[in-house]
Write a protein that binds this ligand. Structure first.
Ligand code: BGC
Length: 415
């Protein structure tokens, strides 16, 4: 081959990368130490494809602050390429006509075959893919420091009665029984776990998906509020406003015995080089074995004009469902892969249990969407629940019966 031809060939081989290199701006709220390690995986893989990553991280667990910033950017006609938008909210953004069509990428990547049907549906607007799922988080977990439990003579609880008994032992031994951060979404997360435990998955569904007034005001819902009230006796006086990862840190450092939190908490344990099943235990939130409250992170893509940025956006979407990303990201994030065909042998015991429990729960009624993490209902309903729950939790004189009535009324008002 002549030198000039060799040069032409080399240039043409190099071209696809350089000519179609674009920029992706990604809005997310993965800002804790452990979450950042996970997010960095995505950045690295996108950069390896030749694109530029523009990080748009908005701190604040649960993502409320991030969503507010996103709305401002979208209203001014300048949304990022991708944003962490979840559950039913994807439909709302789809209705605004702002989301990009990912059907080509989905078809090439056989997303319909890879993804659980329920998940695929949530990622579509008007039968077209507009978002890519990243992972599956489980919300109904209890995180335990076994050394602290041992010192206090407490046993990992399976039922709520055992949970209160363990909390009493931890308290008597001078530990903070439950590390908590008093922020509306964390109060809501804990409350949702009590609801799942006390009402069971079917009535949880009626309450938080069907928004059934009878169930919302039922005796069992009153009991869930009463349990939340009781929890106040087991958290420390500095809980107000504390970030979730600082609460996790209290359990890691042995100041507290347990934390009620979704498995993003595991990202902090992993970042601290702690080993699941040895340095810390994950058990289903007491009374919820067999149920799985899911929280699926997803990146919705916005319509873009620039051809190269559009290509970068498609590469981002493609990358997210590749096995390498699914493994490394989820090992750091605490979640499990959203691809059910993923090899789990390199995952820790908590992730393996989560995957097994997910599959088991999916056989029946056990698999339920998390309300506190935007999976079950609109952000308006979620906000209404947070208001009632947080006001209740912060008022030592609040009445559980009254709260259940307020819950139903607040939900009714935003529908
Ligand atoms: C998100 C997780 C995140 C957690 C804490 C949840 O709503 O789904 O990805 O780690 O909030 O910020």
């Amino acid at each position: 081959m002549k030198a000039i031809h060799r040069l032409a060939l080399a240039v043409s081989l190099a071209l696809p990368l350089s000519a179609l290199a674009g920029e992706v701006e990604v809005l997310h709220w993965w800002t804790s130490g452990g979450e950042k390690r996970a997010a960095d995986t995505l950045q690295r893989l996108v950069e390896e494809k030749g694109h530029t990553w523009k990080d748009f991280a908005v701190a604040g667990g649960g993502g409320e602050a991030a969503m507010t910033v996103l709305k401002t950017r979208a209203v001014s006609g300048n949304p990022p390429s991708a944003a962490q938008i979840k559950g039913p909210d994807i439909q709302e953004w789809g209705e605004l006509g702002l989301l990009a069509n990912l059907d080509n990428v989905a078809e090439q990547g056989k997303w319909d075959e890879l993804l659980p049907k329920q998940v695929a549906k949530v990622m579509q607007y008007d039968d077209s893919y507009v978002a890519v799922p990243v992972n599956v988080h489980r919300v109904n977990w209890l995180w335990i420091n076994p050394e602290v439990f041992e010192k206090a003579g407490a046993k990992p609880p399976k039922t709520l009665d055992e949970f209160w008994a363990a909390a009493d032992k931890l308290k008597a031994a001078g530990f903070v029984p439950v590390a908590h951060g008093g922020q509306p979404w964390q109060d809501g997360t804990v409350f949702e776990d009590f609801v799942l435990s006390i009402l069971g998955p079917e009535d949880y569904h009626k309450a938080f998906v069907e928004l059934d007034e009878e169930v919302l005001t039922s005796d069992k819902m009153v009991q869930a509020f009463a349990a939340l009230k009781k929890l106040r006796e087991y958290i420390d006086p500095d809980a107000a406003g504390r970030d979730w990862n600082r609460a996790t840190g209290m359990v890691i450092d042995g100041k507290a015995g347990m934390q009620i939190m979704g498995d993003w908490a595991k990202s902090e344990w992993t970042a601290a080089n702690k080993v699941a099943g040895k340095d810390y235990l994950c058990v289903p939130f007491p009374g919820t074995q067999g149920s799985f409250a899911y929280n699926i992170d997803s990146l919705a893509m916005f319509k873009l004009n620039d051809e190269e940025n559009r290509k970068a956006q498609e590469d981002l979407a493609r990358t997210v469902l590749e096995p390498e990303f699914q493994q490394v990201f989820n090992q750091n994030k605490g979640s499990i892969p959203v691809r059910l065909d993923q090899d789990m042998s390199e995952f820790d015991s908590c992730a393996q249990k989560s995957m097994a429990d997910f599959k088991e729960a999916a056989q029946g009624e056990g698999l339920q969407p998390s309300l506190a993490h935007g999976m079950a209902a609109s952000s308006y309903v979620q906000g209404a629940v947070f208001d009632v729950v947080t006001n209740f939790f912060n008022d030592p004189n609040a009445d559980p019966k009254q709260a259940a009535k307020q819950l139903a009324a607040a939900i009714q008002a935003v529908q």
